[in-house]
Design a protein. Sequence first.
Length: 119
Amino acid sequence: MGTVMSSLVGILVSFILGRFEFALGLVIGTIGSIFWIFSLNLDVKNFARSGNINRIRLGYIVRLMIGAGMMALSFAISMEAFFGSCLGLISLKLGSYISFLFSSGRENNGNKAEFIKER
């Protein structure tokens, strides 16, 4: 949620300032970061079920290749779109800090992830 919020703010500011190529790069990077988090979540769940490390390695390589492809696509558009794409991919990290600010009313289950069952 924080990733989308930070990207929407960036896209809105870019449109207000008339930087349409930067906004396009930001959209490309945001799509990449959303794909990244869903793919990472899937890899961690599969590893927790099966314990197969090779699937995580393959998922990591696929995530890196798709991220590089998105950055190459935005670089082909313009340098401004490339910087927007970099910011969009970093919005995943920014989003974790933003979501922390809005999570004050939620309960914390400690350090255990939801998908790991207690023994």
